[in-house]
Write a protein that binds this ligand. Structure first.
Ligand SMILES: *[C@@H]1O[C@H](CO)[C@@H](O)[C@H](O)[C@H]1NC(C)=O
Ligand SMILES: *[C@@H]1O[C@H](CO)[C@@H](O)[C@H](O)[C@H]1NC(C)=O
Ligand SMILES: *[C@@H]1O[C@H](CO)[C@@H](O)[C@H](O)[C@H]1NC(C)=O
Ligand SMILES: *[C@@H]1O[C@H](CO)[C@@H](O)[C@H](O)[C@H]1NC(C)=O
Ligand SMILES: *[C@@H]1O[C@H](CO)[C@@H](O)[C@H](O)[C@H]1NC(C)=O
Ligand SMILES: *[C@@H]1O[C@H](CO)[C@@H](O)[C@H](O)[C@H]1NC(C)=O
Ligand SMILES: *[C@@H]1O[C@H](CO)[C@@H](O)[C@H](O)[C@H]1NC(C)=O
Ligand SMILES: *[C@@H]1O[C@H](CO)[C@@H](O)[C@H](O)[C@H]1NC(C)=O
Ligand SMILES: *[C@@H]1O[C@H](CO)[C@@H](O)[C@H](O)[C@H]1NC(C)=O
Length: 504
């Protein structure tokens, strides 16, 4: 049987009324920032943190508090910082102007302007994590703003509060998105405040969780900003806009949810986004490679200033979650593994940022390989292997008995060799590394012993060894086909048309 080399054509159409895009505010320039959580058993000293930020050319950060040590270490660094009023201080600040004024005096005025505080985040995901503080959220924001006003700093320092995107109901199609109506008594005055003070709406955007909770409805490549064929993009039938990644769809859903309440010119600042590099066995997509792919693509996407389909060219500056892995953070392994760096300042992975500006760890590897996806169906692997060695016209002699890449003699190892050879033969075209969904690009060199893979730095030498015996060949998860992409799940209330055209 010849394997299907091209993915089925999937067209998702959604019906509703058309609605026009509001006018866009001027481009303010996009930047990437980084969040700094501190739940580490060996949290580096603030001067070490600032040294890392400087070495990595990170110029925008967000803190989860207003730690004086950090604010002093940041002085005269030019690094722009968002400080946070912790949720447990909201009640006091919301109930009293003078408590708010004292907070601003101690944490802002004492450090400004030596430390470039650009915004105050009043709480963090208050409406979802501390709903009893909801009634005071807007008054806390206003009290802080009025304290800044008395200090003549209100134009230099913005006030806002990060929201979880889980407040946005029906986020796909974006044109139908709206804020949970029962929170309108808070959201509407919040948006009025943001509009009248030229502030921004802060949102935390996590395609990782959307993907994990979607039970296969959201394709991994769509969550990871990987190139997907136009016919697999998600289409918003109201606007006929095509979405090629989950991040843009969520930011647009936020614009639409605001527009639904008649607020059309409040910019969005993404205060958190990222991908974990490690997880428990039930979190199989929390991998180094996926974390690297997500964050590398996110950075390129933001800095490229493409904006979103609804607001093309409008910057959506984004803070990556997060600087360090947080080993003492509560929760599963993935919760502790969102960091770009270990506590000693070593990168957890080297971001793939060639030609995208000088931010974060240098791309020193630049090497990619195409290998079998973990957990891929062995039958599909065999079919793809047969195709690559047959119609795909690659030289499969190294995987023949007695040759360098014969051992280990299993379908995964042989498919790895064939996929990688085919991928490099096409000049590392990511679309060539698909094989009906059973292959994916990785930065780990699969060469072993005398078996040297195409693209390996070790070409002609021993090669860097990895343990290729690991994955079991009888796994049955993650088949390909339409059901992987769009099953009835979170999008089930939508009218969905699937046109499936298999090419071979
Ligand atoms: C990247 O590498 C270049 C040359 O090796 C070096 O000058 C630069 O400082 C590095 N940038 C970062 C952010 O590490
Ligand atoms: C107290 O804060 C409110 C905004 O929440 C402001 O309108 C008012 O002027 C403030 N009063 C004083 C005395 O600062
Ligand atoms: C909307 O918000 C209310 C109040 O926080 C909450 O009880 C309810 O579950 C939310 N609805 C949805 C669909 O999330
Ligand atoms: C938005 O504006 C329209 C037209 O002015 C009005 O009919 C509608 O009630 C407004 N919606 C809200 C939520 O204020
Ligand atoms: C950057 O933006 C341009 C259009 O402005 C687009 O053609 C290009 O594909 C984008 N590159 C990336 C890496 O997103
Ligand atoms: C990375 O790849 C690009 C294009 O493939 C190439 O021009 C560049 O020299 C490579 N950089 C390194 C460090 O190998
Ligand atoms: C190749 O492997 C042998 C033994 O495994 C080792 O002695 C030798 O140094 C290696 N050569 C290179 C270039 O890594
Ligand atoms: C390869 O992995 C298996 C299972 O994880 C392990 O038992 C074995 O020792 C590893 N071999 C090498 C050479 O690391
Ligand atoms: C197949 O996988 C299951 C569960 O992962 C394992 O228990 C079983 O031993 C495997 N069978 C073979 C033949 O590898």
């Amino acid at each position: 049987m010849a394997p299907h080399l091209f993915l089925p054509l999937l067209l998702l159409s959604l019906f509703v009324l058309a609605s026009a895009s509001p006018s866009a505010p001027p481009d303010e320039g996009a930047y990437i920032g980084v969040n700094i959580g501190t739940d580490l058993s060996d949290m580096p000293h603030p001067t070490q943190v600032v040294a890392l930020l400087k070495a990595q050319q990170i110029r925008h950060i967000r803190l989860y508090d207003a730690d004086p040590g950090m604010l002093i270490a940041l002085a005269n660094s030019g690094i722009k910082v968002i400080i946070t009023i912790p949720n447990d201080q909201l009640l006091g600040i919301g109930q009293s102007n003078s408590t708010a004024a004292n907070w601003v005096k101690r944490n802002v005025i004492a450090h400004y302007p030596a430390t470039t505080i650009t915004a105050i985040s009043v709480g963090s995901e208050v409406l979802t994590s501390l709903s009893n503080a909801a009634p005071v959220l807007v008054s806390a924001i206003k009290n802080v703003h009025s304290a800044l006003l008395s200090a003549n700093l209100e134009r230099l320092i913005k006030v806002s509060t990060p929201l979880s995107t889980s407040l946005i109901l029906d986020p796909f199609p974006p044109s139908q998105a709206f804020f949970n109506r029962s929170l309108n008594p808070v959201i509407v005055p919040l948006l009025s405040f943001l509009q009248s003070t030229n502030s921004y709406l802060m949102i935390n955007v996590y395609p990782y969780y959307d993907y994990m909770q979607s039970n296969g409805v959201i394709p991994l490549d769509y969550a990871l900003f990987k190139p997907i064929p136009p016919n697999k993009e998600a289409v918003d039938a109201n606007t006929l806009v095509h979405y090629s990644n989950a991040f843009d769809a969520m930011v647009d859903a936020t614009y639409f949810a605001m527009a639904f309440l008649n607020f059309t010119n409040i910019p969005v600042l993404v205060t958190e986004s990222g991908w974990p590099s490690k997880g428990e066995t039930n979190e199989p997509d929390a991998t180094l490679d996926n974390a690297n792919t997500y964050n590398s693509n996110l950075i390129r996407h933001v800095l490229n200033k493409t904006g979103t389909p609804k607001r093309p060219g409008i910057a959506v500056s984004t803070y990556i979650y997060e600087l360090y892995n947080e080993d003492t953070k509560a929760g599963s392994l993935s919760e502790k593994s969102w960091g770009l760096f270990n506590a000693n300042g070593d990168p957890v992975y080297i971001l793939r940022l060639t030609n995208s500006g000088s931010i974060l760890a240098n791309d020193t590897t630049n090497q990619t390989y195409c290998t079998a996806r973990e957990g891929a169906d062995p039958k599909m692997l065999q079919a793809a292997l047969d195709w690559a060695c047959g119609p795909g016209k690659i030289d499969c002699s190294p995987i023949k008995q007695g040759e360098a890449c014969y051992e280990p003699d299993n379908v995964i190892a042989h498919a790895n060799y064939a996929f990688d050879t085919y991928y490099h033969q096409t000049g590392n075209n990511p679309e060539a590394c698909n094989f009906n969904g059973v292959a994916s690009v990785t930065t780990t060199d699969p060469s072993h012993g005398l078996c040297v893979f195409a693209g390996s730095r070790g070409s002609g030498k021993n090669g860097t060894s990895v343990n290729i015996t690991a994955p079991s060949a009888n796994s049955t998860s993650s088949g390909v086909g339409s059901d992987l992409y769009y099953s009835r799940g979170m999008w089930s209330i939508l009218t969905v048309i699937l046109n499936v055209v298999a090419f071979l």
